[in-house]
Design a protein around this ligand. Structure first.
Ligand code: ZN
Ligand code: ZN
Length: 408
């Protein structure tokens, strides 16, 4: 990775101790065949989640690529908080190739795939983990995440990258593998020129930043914003709120987040608050002269009811908006009266739309923010377990965004 960016820390076990026994330099030696213009391996190596916090390395046959489909050679799979949750608590018993934030090069594209979608072999692309049905209203609106026909929750047969069983042919439904299969209804975006695969790996948190803060929260000129949680998601919200015109950005974290809070300031946060050292509500009131903030965004993980309660209290006297995640099944003593008296709007943080992805990619291409401070670590495929644990704060210290490189 040194050639990509010298400051990136590649971490993990030496290649010799790999269970796969194959470092990046060796992959040239595997039997390769040519489909399309680009030579590809016969077998595809993948990290497969086979149980809670359990990974097995498996090989799958190289799929045949029909006229209306394509093959993606993986460059970077971003790892996020959702991976931490899904790895520890899998939603099903099926073997799954995780990896839902996928950047790669089109290694093979069927003629119809190129004709319909405009992507050709050699293009560097971002593939959304949502797959569209192409028929429903949500899909026509570019809101593929709400498609009922492809959501695994409503259709056990639906395809979603990083979620679908690897038993379903042609198996390659996740980014923790050397290749990913793209059917006709995969949602693909061009990565703009000058954006490296690793930087493009930030597109998902950045697109969530656009969706949650701008589209859902309505952040714009002179908005005051509270962002709770300084992980990759909170930092991405900061980067999106700043150029949208937010006049005040407050980011909260815990004492464990000291390094991340520093990055938050470098990315444009006006104030950071360590909720373990200061009373966050008192501090927010002090900063805002008692007024409170217009928008509160919850980007925490595993913090219980506290971020919602703080968000409700920290919002301005009337008409604020809070964007929440649905981590908890129950919320005892939910302050409904306060929510209605304060005339608060609650919005659900639910991924990103097509438009949010495009705006996120433009933001990455603008180079207006030192985002290399966010893409802190890369891991090889064999170290996927360590990579996920590190994003969850239980492995390599000070990881903000981790890039899994399936060819390392
Ligand atoms: Zn994610
Ligand atoms: Zn649909």
């Amino acid at each position: 990775m040194a050639s990509l960016r010298p400051t990136v820390k590649t971490v993990g076990l030496p290649a010799s101790s790999s269970k796969i026994g194959m470092g990046g330099a060796l992959h040239e030696k595997i039997a390769a065949r040519s489909i399309g213009k680009i030579a590809v391996a016969e077998k595809v190596r993948a990290a497969v989640r086979t149980g809670p916090s359990k990974t097995e390395f498996r090989e799958y046959p190289m799929p045949d690529i029909a006229e209306d489909s394509a093959l993606l050679k993986m460059e970077v799979a971003g790892i996020c908080g959702t991976d931490v949750k899904l790895y520890a608590h899998p939603p099903s018993n099926a073997p799954v190739i995780m990896g839902h934030e996928n950047i790669g090069t089109i290694a093979k594209a069927g003629r119809e795939f190129t004709r319909r979608k405009g992507f050709k072999e050699g293009d560097l692309v971002f593939v959304e983990h949502y797959v569209m049905c192409g028929k429903c209203e949500w899909c026509h609106l570019g809101q593929y995440r709400h498609c009922e026909n492809t959501d695994w929750r409503t259709n056990p047969d639906g395809i979603r990258y990083g979620y679908t069983s690897a038993e379903k042919a042609p198996h390659l439904w996740g980014g923790f593998a050397q290749y990913v299969y793209l059917p006709w209804n995969a949602v693909v975006h061009h990565v703009p020129k000058g954006v490296t695969p690793e930087l493009a790996g930030l597109v998902t948190p950045m697109a969530n930043g656009v969706e949650w803060s701008l589209f859902d929260g309505g952040v714009g000129y002179d908005s005051t914003v509270l962002i709770q949680g300084p992980g990759q998601q909170g930092l991405s919200q900061t980067v999106i709120c700043k150029p949208a015109g937010a006049s005040l950005i407050i980011v909260t974290g815990t004492s464990r987040d000291t390094a991340r809070m520093k990055v938050a300031k470098e990315l444009g946060a006006d104030f950071v608050i360590d909720v373990q050292k200061e009373d966050p509500l008192a501090r927010i009131r002090e900063i805002t002269g008692g007024r409170g903030v217009d928008v509160a965004l919850d980007c925490t993980a595993g913090a219980g009811t506290m971020p919602i309660l703080l968000g409700v209290d920290a919002l301005k006297r009337k008409g604020g908006t809070i964007v929440v995640q649905g981590e908890m099944k129950e919320f005892p003593n939910f302050p409904l009266e306060k929510v209605t008296v304060k005339f608060i709007t609650i919005k659900s943080a639910r991924g990103h739309s097509y438009k949010a992805c495009e705006l996120a990619l433009q933001q990455l291409a603008s180079k207006r923010f030192p985002l290399e401070k966010v893409t802190t670590h890369t891991f090889g495929l064999k170290d996927v377990d360590l990579a996920i644990r590190s994003v969850g704060g239980k492995g390599v210290p000070d990881v903000i965004h981790a890039s899994l490189m399936p060819w390392q």
